[in-house]
Ligand binder design. Structure first.
Ligand code: SPV
Ligand code: MG
Length: 288
């Protein structure tokens, strides 16, 4: 999987990576033509009804990465938050995520426990640059496959520290060997990120997560040039919530499932996604 992602990155085009919180959502992303899956901490937390505050354990997230990697052919970009501790914990996390089938990790320069970057009044504390460089070095030294992609995420803009600090951190993380730099922003316009990208003089390609500034469409991203991956960070869980709310409300309102039935996928579509056709073949072959 890591070599597939590296291959795509070498194509020098923008990669489109969709969030997923289950093998099923990962498969739907694959069928829609995305380049990769974002194993989002936010989505998995929300699936459990929990805030994105490091409540979900590494084991829970790893289990989901494992389940997804067995179900999709797409490379998985795993959101490992702060790396579950210090540089020593990072060595353990990288070994586990590589074994679970991830092709890449994104590790962010916040302190543990993290607070969701999208929270309006979040406590956003950043690590010392040297300490985070140590975590990147630990990740690079631990990966077994050199194609495994280590993406360093700076939260300098999220923490309100400004562009100069974000650029300084990104350069330090590239110097420590990060393959790509994720610059995150929760401003509701693309200005902050566009300004960062224009000012970025490093060689490491940039990753963005434009949740807060949705008008940053792919045309606008490509025009900037240096962004090589766009992550749609939470659109699988938000789409699910939208659809479930609508259908649940209609069933209550209409007193049954008779009106919604035609508007939701038939059971046969779920059979297809579950691979029921394979079960039939196995039945024929082996059931005596
Ligand atoms: C996630 O999807 O868990 C992310 C992106 O890290 S964000 O929620 O925007 O921080
Ligand atoms: Mg996250």
């Amino acid at each position: 999987m890591a070599s597939i992602l590296r291959g795509k990155l070498n194509e020098s085009r923008l990669l489109h990576v969709m969030a997923a919180h289950s093998p099923l959502s990962a498969k739907l992303a694959e069928e829609t033509g995305f380049d990769g899956i974002w194993a989002s901490g936010f989505e998995l937390s929300a699936l459990y009804g929990l805030p994105d505050l490091s409540f979900i354990s590494m084991t829970q997230h790893l289990d989901m990465v494992r389940a997804m990697s067995g179900f999709t052919h797409l490379p998985i970009v795993a959101d490992i938050d702060t790396g579950f501790g210090n540089a020593i914990n990072v060595t353990h996390a990288i070994a586990e995520y590589e074994r679970a089938g991830a092709a890449a990790v994104v590790i962010e320069d916040k302190t543990f426990p993290k607070v969701s970057s999208l929270a309006i009044t979040g406590r956003q504390e950043l690590l010392r640059i040297e300490e985070f460089q140590g975590k990147i070095s630990a990740a690079l030294a631990t990966r077994r496959d050199p194609n495994f992609v280590v993406i360093a995420r700076t939260e300098a803009l999220i923490a309100g520290l400004g562009e100069a600090e974000a650029l300084k951190r990104a350069a330090a993380y590239e110097a420590a060997g990060a393959d790509m730099i994720l610059i995150h922003s929760k401003q509701n316009t693309p200005d902050e990120v566009e300004s960062f990208v224009r000012a970025w003089s490093g060689d490491a390609p940039i990753v963005i997560v434009p949740t807060a500034y949705p008008e940053m469409n792919e045309g606008r991203i490509s025009a900037l040039g240096k962004i090589r991956m766009v992550i749609y960070g939470n659109h699988a869980i938000r789409a699910s919530v939208t659809a479930m709310k609508d259908v649940f409300a209609r069933i209550r309102r209409d007193g049954g499932i008779h009106t919604v039935n035609k508007d939701i996928v038939p059971v046969e579509e779920i059979f297809r996604l579950q691979g029921m056709d394979r079960v039939k073949l196995v039945e024929k072959q082996f059931l005596r």
